[in-house]
Design a protein around this ligand. Sequence first.
Ligand SMILES: Cc1cc2nc3c(=O)[nH]c(=O)nc-3n(C[C@H](O)[C@H](O)[C@H](O)COP(=O)(O)O)c2cc1C
Length: 302
Amino acid sequence: MSNLGFNIAGVEFKNPVMTASGTFGSVGKEFEQFIDLSSLGAIVVKGISLDPWDGNNSPRIAETYGGMINSVGLQNDGVDNFIKNDMKFLQKHDTNIIVNIAGKTVDEYKEVARRLNDTDIDMIELNISCPNVKEGGVAFGTNALMAESITKEVKSVTNKPLIVKLSPNVTDITEIARAVENGGADCISMINTLIGMKIDIHRRKPVLFNKIGGLSGPAIKPVAIRMVHQVSKTVKIPIIGMGGIMNGEDAIEFIMAGATGVAVGTANLINPTATMDVLDGIKKYMNDYNITDLSSIRGIID
Ligand SMILES: Cc1cc2nc3c(=O)[nH]c(=O)nc-3n(C[C@H](O)[C@H](O)[C@H](O)COP(=O)(O)O)c2cc1C
């Protein structure tokens, strides 16, 4: 019997495959008809803020070579609506619930975290890395002092283990990783999207209304692997790796680079069963190479 399970900050995961925030509907309802949601290691919910946010104007998604570029802008119905309307759906499934939180100010982030204290969610993922909102988001994630301080502040009001999601749009990702570890993060997730731009040469205009957006998908995988590897050599807390994972072999690459869990993002928009394909691919790899415990290959790259 192969063992795919692990524990992060007291939370047991049955397997490493999670959904990347924002790429699985808001809470996964649209995917229920395609896969058994209880087979996932965790559902990571789309970014949630204190008040409902409209998101950015359209067009806000475009295809690129090997991926896509988006500027959805964290559209969501707000934390109270999430608790009232979405928790019941999530609790029907035997999987961990991780809520990605966003805010325009530190106080907003803290209030969202506070309101989640009395719910049955398993962990909070602090999104300090969204490139598609004017205030908040990535501003906190590109400055080590701010990243450490917001981690500390949110940690001080939450009773849930805290994951901090890092932006790749920085000069030295290890500096930010060290900062959030010092701030008390229980886990790091990485990477969020890379800032990009696409131009429609016939209209002579950027394709996205917002001009710039976040690049995701297979095109960013080598960047993500490099960063997961660097960060895993820098911090002691576990890493959830993501960026272009399309199949089990991609996931194994992240695990060898040092990731404990993996999240599937853009692949969900191409193939609604992508998470299950990734899980099956991991099991096949373990079977092919007689690996009984995933921990035996975790972080094996020097
Ligand atoms: C349409 C879309 C919406 C996203 N929304 C969020 C979000 O709400 N919060 C967040 O932290 N990341 C968000 N992301 C980033 C993804 O969770 C993930 O970090 C990134 O896409 C890299 O993984 P991938 O290449 O597998 O998509 C979004 C990505 C996409 C493509």
